[in-house]
Design a protein around this ligand. Structure first.
Ligand SMILES: *Cc1c(COP(=O)(O)O)cnc(C)c1O
Length: 223
């Protein structure tokens, strides 16, 4: 099936209030343009340089989401245009995002990456870390960022029971912390669900899914 057909099938199968991020990492400009022409405006990339290059070549009404792990020294390249950064999991990174956003006189929206997978994942915060983070003085002074929700990734497994329980724990954490409302924290977004598990994620309360291969086909990595 074509990219446009894949996109249409997914959009028809999800509720209207769920935002679809089309994950275009490794895919060429032509593929992104096919999705764009079919109406898609939100695209996700996991490498800063690749996202910057695509942003330069593609229509300017595209909203770019950074879904990968971000190194602090790369933030400056995307600070002028990035629409949402999904994987924030430490204060020093957020401080750098704030600093670069300030230079561009903008507020950059971010999601905190939460550790939900049972397997030892390198990235993400646990509940105590989130609490310490959101209530800290260092966080409260950041005026050019806004935490708008949580992002999580389930264990890489075919067992939907495991995936479902992890998604439910992310939703539980979200419900608990969304009561915190400050100038730079107001949460309405739960980013969870990819090609293999987005139906389960939506059932568990996700309102933002990040789908790549089900739209663009399998990724081929060279090198
Ligand atoms: C690649 C990626 C996706 C999309 O994965 P698919 O299985 O191709 O849908 C979603 N989220 C993150 C963080 C990714 O790196």
């Amino acid at each position: 099936m074509s990219i446009a057909e894949n996109l249409r099938n997914i959009i028809e199968s999800i509720p209207d209030d769920v935002t679809l991020v089309a994950v275009s990492k490794t895919k060429p400009i032509e593929d992104i343009m096919k999705a764009y022409e079919a109406g898609q405006r939100i695209f996700g990339e996991n490498k800063v340089q690749e996202m910057v290059a695509k942003h330069e070549q593609l229509p300017k009404d595209i909203q770019w989401h950074m879904i990968g792990h971000v190194q602090r020294n790369k933030v400056k390249y995307m600070a002028g245009f990035v629409n949402l950064i999904h994987g924030v999991d430490n204060l020093r990174l957020l401080q750098e995002i704030n600093k670069q956003a300030q230079k561009h006189q903008r507020t950059i929206h971010c999601l905190l990456q939460i550790k939900i997978a049972r397997e030892d994942s390198k990235f993400g915060m646990d509940q105590k870390e989130i609490n310490d983070f959101l209530t800290s003085e260092e966080f409260s002074v950041l005026q050019n960022i806004k935490i708008v929700g949580f992002m999580g990734m389930a264990t890489f497994t075919n067992d939907l029971n495991i995936i479902e329980s992890e998604f439910r724990s992310l939703k539980g954490a979200f419900d608990e912390f969304k009561t915190i409302k400050t100038d730079n924290c107001e949460m309405d977004t739960i980013s969870m669900g990819m090609s293999g598990d987005y139906q389960t994620a939506i059932k568990c309360g996700s309102n933002m899914i990040r789908v790549g291969s089900s739209i663009f086909g399998e990724r081929v990595y060279s090198n």
